[in-house]
Design a protein around this ligand. Structure first.
Ligand code: G4P
Length: 525
């Protein structure tokens, strides 16, 4: 196979959802339909149950599971599919944001009864920033949910994206009869007893044919009416609009009942993009370039505290990665060689000799890598686009064991390199502040500092609303601002200036009084 063919056949994506919408179930069913696994239940949920929110051991167990399911690759009709898993628990949303930088498209799962939920909104925001192509799967159609047209309206309004139904449900809940596939012009009939089997679909070329009555009875008339409305209201599917992130095709189904998943997968492999180009600070890197490049989007610590090695997950952006070849670690200016690069196929991990753009490989790391690091074939470029988002919760972190000060500093440095949380240092008094997306991370940090670094820390409260990265072309105003707000100024790990706003009011006052300063809620600007 040529390099170009390898490139064209790759589809790297993530399934994202608000917890409980059915992400794990759908992922598993995609693997099942793709032939990568043969029984349902093989993929463990990596979700930390809500009831276990402060159970560290549970977190540790889950970390083990999530290494195994970080990337699920499989071959499907000649295509190579890479599904990147994202943490189910919303306290780990930052991990999900970063994973989204490594994919070429996403499938968003929405619960038909709940519609668009908070976490979906946030994740979609990240997709929009990067113009990621999105397919929507409306799940749980076997249950009573919202009206399909209302769901469409809600998705369009809340997710701010033009929708284009490629399948349409016939009934819902107990009266759910199946879906009409507008993309393939056929009908799939639902029987809930067929949970673990794959039902055949019926081709209906002409929706006015009496065949439709035969299969769907009284619901046929309503379906025809709905299809007419759809044609009038929604735009026809347009590949360019989808691939540029402006149009989201929508599918209906029930992941639990294996329903609508095959249609989704068949359509997905046809329309989803192959590996895209990536922007580096210096230039755009085309996936089709022959020279290898890639970046670290995730680091996973070893579960065994006696071995502090970690796995760095690299997304390959261009060229061919080869085992035992020297590559440039751009930040360190160091040449590194990897003897055991790991690839992930369904549940199995194996050593790879070669990997192509779109693939994810795991590299064993003894502390060389940070999130966002670039690896190349001797070219000094830096991939951009691993943003930090303003954390939502903040605490001062203090050393509670004076002799172990060094261990604490190292632990905090490494854990924040891994992306567990963000570290800020107050510019006035040098105190360290940890910022996280969820409360769980504070416990994770304390636990891991103790168990992996032999350090102990305590937290002290700090009243903060948001961390904002600030810049200005008006140097005098920027300096004036920093001087006046010195007690609220901090550095992030890259020594960038961050304004730690105490409250929404303090933030809006600052914005009003210093009009030349730009305040950013992500570090990518
Ligand atoms: P998540 O990863 O997005 O958090 O969701 P997950 O797949 O774990 O699904 C959440 C719950 O929704 C699960 O039930 C799952 O069985 C159920 N579910 C998923 N798809 C469908 C569907 O199409 N129809 C219906 N009716 N339910 C669905 P649970 O009771 O929380 O867990 P479990 O004990 O079944 O594993």
């Amino acid at each position: 196979m040529t390099f170009q063919e390898e490139l064209d056949r790759r589809r790297t994506f993530a399934v994202i959802a608000h917890p409980d919408a059915g992400k794990t179930t759908l992922t598993e069913k995609l693997l099942l339909f793709g032939g990568a696994i043969h029984v349902a239940g093989a993929v463990k949920s990596n979700k930390i149950r809500k009831t276990a929110t402060s159970d560290f051991m549970e977190i540790e167990k889950q970390r083990g599971i999530s290494v195994a399911t970080s990337v699920m690759g499989f071959e499907f009709n000649g295509d190579k599919i890479n599904i990147l898993d994202t943490p189910g628990h919303q306290d780990f949303a930052e991990d999900t944001y970063r994973t989204l930088t490594a994919v070429d498209s996403v499938i968003v799962v929405i619960d038909a009864a709940k519609g668009v939920e908070a976490q979906t909104l946030k994740l979609m925001e990240v997709c929009r920033m990067r113009h990621t192509p999105v397919i929507v799967f409306i799940n749980k159609m076997d249950r009573l949910g919202l009206d399909a047209f209302d769901l469409m309206d809600e998705i369009e309004k809340e997710l701010r994206i033009q929708v284009c139904p490629l399948s349409w449900p016939i009934g819902m809940g107990n009266a759910f009869k199946g879906v009409y596939n507008l993309f393939e012009k056929n009908l799939q009939l639902f029987t809930s007893s067929e949970k673990q089997t794959i039902a055949d679909s019926v081709a209906i070329e002409d929706i006015h044919s009496p065949e439709l009555e035969r299969y769907t009875g009284d619901a046929a008339r309503k379906l025809r009416e709905n299809l007419e409305i759809i044609e009038g209201v929604y735009p026809a599917f347009d590949l360019c609009a989808y691939r540029s992130g402006h149009l989201a095709p929508v599918f209906f189904g029930s992941a639990l009942n294996n329903f609508g998943v095959r249609e989704l997968l068949n359509c997905f492999v046809r329309i989803a993009p192959s590996p895209r180009d990536f922007d580096a600070l210096e230039r755009t890197v085309r996936a089709s370039e022959q020279r290898f490049s890639g970046f670290v989007f995730k680091i996973h610590a070893n579960m065994d505290p006696n071995h502090r090695d970690r796995i760095a997950f690299i997304r390959i952006c261009s060229g061919i990665f080869e085992r035992n070849r020297n590559y440039l670690h751009v930040r360190l200016g160091k040449s590194l060689k990897f003897a055991n690069p790991t690839s992930f196929m369904a549940e199995k991990k194996s050593i790879v000799d070669q990997a192509f753009p779109g693939d994810i490989i795991g590299l064993y790391d003894t502390g060389n890598f940070k999130i966002g690091d670039t690896l190349t074939e001797n070219e000094t470029i830096h991939f951009k686009g691993i943003p930090s988002f303003s954390p939502e919760l903040f605490r001062y972190v203090e050393n509670s064991d004076p002799i172990r000060y060094k261990q604490l500093a190292k632990g905090l440095e490494q854990l924040t390199d891994e992306g567990v949380a963000q570290l800020f240092v107050n510019q006035a008094n040098g105190r360290k502040v940890i910022g996280t997306v969820g409360a769980l991370q504070f416990d994770v940090i304390q636990y891991r500092l103790e168990h992996e670094y032999g350090a102990s820390c305590r937290y002290e409260p700090i009243q903060l609303h948001k961390a904002c990265w600030i810049t200005s072309t008006n140097k005098a105003q920027l300096e004036d601002f920093k001087k006046r707000k010195i007690q609220y100024m901090a550095w992030d790990k890259e020594k960038r200036d961050v304004f730690m706003a105490e409250s929404p009011y303090a933030l809006s006052m600052a914005q009003e009084k210093f009009p030349d300063i730009r305040f950013f809620f992500t570090s990518e600007f």
